[in-house]
Design a protein around this ligand. Sequence first.
Ligand SMILES: C[S@@+](CC[C@H](N)C(=O)[O-])C[C@H]1O[C@@H](n2cnc3c(N)ncnc32)[C@H](O)[C@@H]1O
Length: 267
Amino acid sequence: MGASSLYEDPALYELAFSYRDVPAEVDVLEAWYQRRHGGKGARRILELAAGPAAHAVEFARRGAKVTALDSSAAMCAYASRRASDQGVALEVVQADMVGFRLPRRRFDLLVAMLDSAGHVLDLDTMVEHLRSVVAHLSPGGLYVMELSHPADFMGGASKTQDRWRLTRHGSRVEVNFTSPPGGFDPVTQVATCRISVRVTERDRTRVLRDRIVLRRWTATELDAAARLAGPIRVVERHGSFGVEAPFGAGDPYEWRMISILERTTDA
Ligand SMILES: C[S@@+](CC[C@H](N)C(=O)[O-])C[C@H]1O[C@@H](n2cnc3c(N)ncnc32)[C@H](O)[C@@H]1O
């Protein structure tokens, strides 16, 4: 028997989202960081709401000192196992990404991948989250936050595919991730999304159905949250994991909203 919640079943979660090319995304995260730091790479990295921590493990494999933080005990245990199986050092912390405190710790780069920051549901909580980010970033350090593209909920043509299939290690996986119109509150911009993951291995099929509640953030709201949080500003935005990927320019490959926030030096 598996878990009934996707975040309590890290192996299934990882399988469902294994369409991503994690090393290629980490290449781009490194390039964005280096471009703003005269070619110097990030040495201390914190992945927030890291889940199975695939990006954290990849950064650690490349030699960085990495911490992965998540609120789910199952995800934390899985991330630790994954790192030790791959022979890399990874610090794993079970904590809430809102209001987290890692005493006396500063990082060069923080990342929140996929829609993880969508779990921050309102503006006050986002400001609190960004204050924690500021407290853990060295001056000039960056926070890269990947979120859904606003076109997915502001009308117009959605940028994101909500069904996909893949095959991994002999398992066939079908994922259906929908945000039904009735599940979106236009006042709070909070969506109750439905996800089903069907896995078929030989003649056995297992289906997990879950609901995931996500705030749909716009670019201008994140700009405002950063201004309210203190010395942190959005300095770049990209529509996909490409070093020069434009956002808001009608690029055919634009499908995400990836904000790069920089910790400024003013107090
Ligand atoms: C969509 S998954 C993304 C996982 C990972 N970032 C990735 O790219 O695959 C969201 C993760 O956020 C975690 N999460 C949700 N709310 C959180 C919170 N308030 N603080 C920390 N982690 C949280 C969940 O446990 C889950 O692992």
